[in-house]
Ligand binder design. Structure first.
Ligand SMILES: NC(=O)c1ccc[n+]([C@@H]2O[C@H](COP(=O)([O-])OP(=O)(O)OC[C@H]3O[C@@H](n4cnc5c(N)ncnc54)[C@H](O)[C@@H]3O)[C@@H](O)[C@H]2O)c1
Length: 355
């Protein structure tokens, strides 16, 4: 994808798993990137290597507050939101606010600046689906009162806001429905299938399978997902989505566990636990629309993506965490400059480089 011009790009949630890889890639391509994050589930270490780059700045801010950014904004990727069930269920009302107020505030920022804005939506909008694979036209089967509803319904409402801002104000919007994504920098404690299994295997602890392990998932490697997000963002204005981005290869959870055991050479036994409430039985994207509209398809085989994910976890699981080198928080100097943003008003003081 050739860079036509240097763009001013805001990535909310840019210190998280997907967001930090996106920041890396956009900076490498020569864009000026503002990473905006409240460091709820993100890690400052994920973006620390970018701090000295002249095209990068970090802003500690919360998307639940109104946003304003110094200087022009051409693109906004809205990724800010805890993504794994234990994290988004920890503060469910906060999650609804992040989804809904966050969408409202990035849309207002887009409206004020003329930026194009992409929403990181989710396959969770399909709930526990009755049809397989799930095309974008499927309306979903979400339990509106269950423990996952704060995230699922929050993301659905965000999609509604995106399309209302397009209809009412002509804001150029893009909505990507992201399916399970994995890769280096996933958190150890996020309760997702791959990170759970890899950490358990590396520690030779029992691998916990929920249910009988026959429920399926499909896993997209993070580099493939970034290709899709960028292609969607830079596509013609008429292409709004929602567009599914994910890997259609469907594997059972038990198969994943065995693959991880093989690749790590672990001696961990497999143990079985009851299925959590509202856990989807099957999940697989229909990606014909992404292929048609964007010419996109995932390329990284699960076996290869697992290898780099395991290598990354192996370093972290083996290396003891030292507060100075591996903190999730910005260093003191940066924190002091950024702290006002934690107050419930976003006068967004930039820290990091002087981009
Ligand atoms: N990883 C997946 O498999 C997956 C699947 C579907 C959708 N998504 C979506 O992609 C996005 C990124 O997911 P991820 O896996 O990188 O998750 P993540 O938890 O690693 O990253 C989310 C980032 O958002 C930040 N954040 C959370 N609430 C915020 C707030 N109120 N204000 C500012 N920043 C806030 C966190 O600190 C973190 O850095 C999320 O919106 C998620 O819903 C991810």
């Amino acid at each position: 994808m050739p860079v036509i011009e240097k763009l001013n790009i805001v990535v909310t949630g840019g210190a998280g798993f997907i967001g930090s890889h996106l920041c890396d890639r956009l900076v490498q391509k020569g864009h000026a990137v503002t990473c905006l994050d409240n460091l709820d589930t993100g890690r400052f270490d994920n973006v620390r290597p970018l701090l000295n780059h002249p095209n990068f700045r970090f802003v500690e801010a919360d998307v639940r507050d109104p946003l304003s950014i110094d200087g022009p904004v051409d693109r906004i990727y809205n990724l800010a939101c805890p993504a794994s069930p234990p994290h988004y269920q920890r503060d469910p009302i906060g999650t609804v606010k992040t989804c809904v107020l966050g969408a409202l505030h990035v849309l207002e920022l887009a409206r004020a600046t003329g930026a194009r804005v992409l929403q990181a939506s989710t396959s969770e909008v399909y709930g526990d689906p009755e049809i397989h694979p799930q095309p974008e036209s499927y309306r979903g089967a979400v339990n509106t009162t269950g423990p996952r509803a704060c995230y699922d319904e929050g993301k659905r409402c965000a999609e509604a806001l995106f399309f209302d801002y397009r209809r009412l104000y002509g804001v150029p919007v893009k909505v990507a429905r992201i399916f399970n994504t994995y890769g280096p920098r996933m958190l150890e404690n996020d309760g997702r299938v791959i990170s759970n299994f890899v950490v358990q295997a590396l520690r030779n602890r029992p691998i916990t399978l929920y249910g009988d392990g026959s429920q399926t998932r499909s896993f997209c490697y993070v580099a493939d997902l970034l290709d899709g997000l960028e292609l969607l963002m830079e596509s013609d204005d008429a292409i709004t989505g929602p567009i599914n981005l994910g890997n259609p290869r469907e594997v059972t959870v038990e198969e994943i566990a065995r693959m991880v055991l093989r690749q790590t050479g672990s001696r961990s036994p497999i143990t079985y636990r009851p299925l959590p409430e509202d856990d989807p039985r099957r999940r697989r994207p229909e990606i014909a629309a992404a292929a048609r509209a964007l010419g996109w398809a995932p390329r990284v085989a699960l076996e290869d993506g697992l290898k780099s994910t395991i290598d990354d976890f192996a370093m972290r699981v083996a290396t003891p965490v030292s507060p100075a080198s591996n903190s999730a928080e910005p260093p003191a100097g940066l924190t002091a400059a950024a702290r006002p943003a934690r107050k419930r008003r976003a006068a967004l003081s930039a820290v990091g480089s002087s981009a």
